[in-house]
Design a protein around this ligand. Sequence first.
Ligand code: SAH
Ligand code: SF4
Length: 362
Amino acid sequence: MSESNLENILAKQEWNQEKIISLLSIKDPKELEALYKTAYQVKQDTIGTQVYFRGLIEFSNICAKNCYYCGIRAENTDVKPYDMDEESIVEAAKFAYENDYGSLVLQSGERQDKPFIEKVVRVLEKIKSATGGKLGITLCVGEQSAEVYRRFFEAGAHRYLLRIESSHPELYAKLHPADHSFDERIAALKRIQDVGFQTGTGVMIGLPFQTLEHLANDLLFFKNFDIDMVGMGPYIEHEATPLFKHRELLMPPKERFELSLKMIAILRLMMPDINIAATTALQTLDPIGREKGLMAGANVVMPNITPTDYRKNYLLYEDKPCLEDSAGDCKFCLQNRIQSVGEEIAFGQWGDSKHFFNRKNS
Ligand code: SAH
Ligand code: SF4
């Protein structure tokens, strides 16, 4: 593709599989730069260059599910289980509040049992009251019933992340055991949207068996679903998982990383007003991966504020960065990193998805 050809493609507003695949196939460094620059410009013009922080608390690694790619799957008995007590979670939330992060993400393995649900509801209420309702809260605790989602919403969470992982049913089936249902995943995402959450989803990029067609369809899926936020990043293999045996099918880390940046940039062009995260997995494959994500169109970063002792037991994938760091280290480090690329952290703001309000008003 020549650069003028790229300009022509980007000038048209329609999005289809063919066009997306041609952009995902770009190899020429100059064209790649042009793609990222155009996406950055769209971000700047639509939502600005402020970066929203979400302090990430990985409050439990106990999971009832067995996704083939994930290091904390139920059948991986090498993992030492932990479940932070309510006070420690609220303490971590207070760190985010006192450091003016504006928002939190509470993430854990998936459980649907009553004690878990009741605990999440209580923790939401306690955080709200300990911080005077000033922290925005995103939940990421998997598939739940409409009733449970409603209770979480009423207790104070207002954003929810549930990655579709792959929007292609056959690929989804290759990544999960037979009792994990693609249709149920879609239905859960719909329930989240219906309850009134700002709704986030995402996929892993560079999975075994995954093609550019799959990825193009994933981006179209986000658009058709009218999603408000996306967190997507490279798939990173974990030795103690069933998918590890297919590692010879993987593209080299550098290509997986580049493909992830292209996905971010194209999505920013397709959905200018959504929130897009520069995920931690990007940094696993490139030391300045998250900064590069911001320069390709992402606008959200999730500094880890999980107490250091627990981090080594929340290894969804291998070589996860920042395991020895404290919440304070992560704040300082990210602040420098973000300033180094000329962006500014929106301290103290919830950083809601502009798309959500545009969607509600239309
Ligand atoms: N249990 C919840 C939230 C925790 S998992 C859920 O599954 O929704 C959060 C995300 O981690 C998953 O959605 C998945 O996309 C990502 N993840 C898991 N294993 C991964 C791996 N090996 N490489 C990259 N991302 C992974
Ligand atoms: Fe559990 Fe989420 Fe990992 Fe699946 S991806 S095994 S649901 S923690």
